[in-house]
Design a binder for this molecule. Structure first.
Ligand SMILES: NC(=O)c1ccc[n+]([C@@H]2O[C@H](COP(=O)([O-])OP(=O)(O)OC[C@H]3O[C@@H](n4cnc5c(N)ncnc54)[C@H](O)[C@@H]3O)[C@@H](O)[C@H]2O)c1
Length: 400
């Protein structure tokens, strides 16, 4: 492919050298003439292990050259990767001035280009930036319409400085955000030689995934340091702890506990409905258990009762536990005030309530909820697999 790379910093020069090594014809563009001259001389504009040799090979094989001319680069390529800086301002907000400027320049160049050109945003940007800034700027300056005269996709970068070449070759994943398949296809084709799972998403979702990843890495560092401070205080080596902690790839380093859902928050959503008759489907802390100790639904139920709400609760396992088993005593002794509100069936709860709160993912709940009336509200704390085409009630998810 014929590719332009805008911004020859850490991300741009690594991308340009690697795409050239993979056989693409690459033109690097930078406003900094010294960086352009360095690349054309086969020298690396940044310190990154292995990059200089890769750049030298790419320039010698005539697969890579650099220029300060946006017009030249746009005219001679089919796709542009935007890798300009998006630094943080002092107040933490994002400085989009470089991004907007490069979009103005690309837009000006697109005005005179007869063929379709895809602009790929590789810089890290907040969700909404591509639709709010990139596309309007390109449309205004080119006089063309997004999706007709030019395309846009988002392809966030996951490399780390110091191991950038290895990270480029073996990324955790390749992510392409797009709204049109014909913009995604050339973006994905760039990665034909990279062995990594490739995921597609909408442009806004892809922007958010990059921020979610950065935030998660920060959370990990902060968590490890909190554990480290505790360990230091009590004379335990924090690295011994985390070495073994990280060996648990089922519960610790895994997808578990990373889906938005209940246990914290949600009470306000019920209060805001303004309705007083509340049905709860699922009372134990997860489907398939009768254990009510520690169940956040018990705390929620008590809060609602205390505020004078009418409650109607159904949980098949809890009903069984009330008759026999280990939790019979707990129900009778610890929560008699709540057990009085246990109903006999899902239908009983639905017929007696204005708001139906889904507390766990028992398999019978999704179908039952689809039968709720249009004047009822369903507050889903677990994300049931509901067929929304069949649902008449108002639906509200806790974090979705
Ligand atoms: N550095 C990293 O490790 C890393 C990793 C992942 C994502 N990112 C993201 O990638 C983006 C680029 O980061 P970087 O570290 O490579 O930035 P950088 O500051 O090293 O390089 C940016 C380059 O863009 C050039 N530039 C500015 N305006 C231009 C214009 N109008 N036309 C052409 N070139 C222009 C600058 O001269 C500079 O050479 C940022 O959004 C950053 O957040 C960086």
């Amino acid at each position: 492919m014929r590719v332009a790379v805008f911004g020859l910093g850490y991300v741009g020069s690594v991308s340009a050298a690697n795409f050239a090594a993979d056989g693409h014809d690459v033109i690097g563009v930078d406003v900094n003439a010294e960086k352009v001259a360095a690349i054309n001389a086969g020298l690396s504009p940044i310190v990154e292990p292995g990059l200089e040799q890769l750049l030298k090979d790419a320039v010698e094989s005539r697969r890579l050259r650099a220029t300060t001319s946006t017009a030249e680069a746009i005219a001679e390529t089919d796709l542009s990767l935007v890798c300009v800086g998006t630094p943080s301002r002092k107040n933490g907000s994002l400085d989009l001035s470089y991004l907007i400027r490069v979009c103005e320049q690309i837009g000006d160049a697109l005005k005179d280009k007869p063929s379709y050109h895809v602009v790929v945003i590789r810089s890290t940007v907040l969700p909404g930036t591509t639709h709010g800034h990139v596309i309007p700027t390109l449309e205004a300056r080119s006089g063309k319409k997004y999706g007709e005269g030019f395309g846009v996709s988002v392809n966030p970068e996951f490399l780390r400085e110091g191991t950038a070449l290895k990270d480029f070759r073996q990324p955790p994943l390749t992510l392409v955000g797009h709204n049109h398949a014909y913009d995604a296809a050339p973006t994905k084709a760039l990665y034909d030689n990279i062995e990594a799972p490739l995921y597609s998403a909408s442009i806004r979702t892809a922007e958010m995934i990059k921020y979610t990843s950065n935030a998660w890495h920060a959370v990990k560092v902060v968590f490890a340091n909190e554990i480290g401070n505790l360990c230091k205080r009590v004379g335990i080596d924090s690295h011994d702890v985390m070495d073994i902690f990280c060996r648990d790839e089922k519960l610790n380093i895994s997808a578990n506990y990373l889906k938005p859902g209940f246990a914290f928050g949600g009470f306000d959503q019920i209060v805001e409905t303004g309705k007083k008759r509340i049905g709860i489907l699922g009372f134990s802390f997860k489907a398939g258990t009768d254990d009510l100790r520690e169940s956040p639904m018990v705390i929620l139920g008590e809060a609602l009762l205390g505020k004078g709400y009418e409650l109607c609760i159904y949980d098949r396992n809890v009903s069984l536990a009330r008759l026999m088993g280990a939790n019979k005593e707990y129900i009778e002794q610890q929560i008699p005030h709540l057990s009085r509100h246990l109903c006999d069936s899902v239908d009983d709860v639905i017929s007696k309530s204005d708001v139906i709160v889904i507390g766990n993912g028992a398999p019978e709940f999704a179908k039952a909820v689809e039968g709720c009336r249009a004047d009822q509200t369903v507050i889903d704390l677990v994300r049931l697999p509901i067929d929304f085409a069949a649902l008449q009630a108002h639906y509200d998810g806790i974090c979705w």
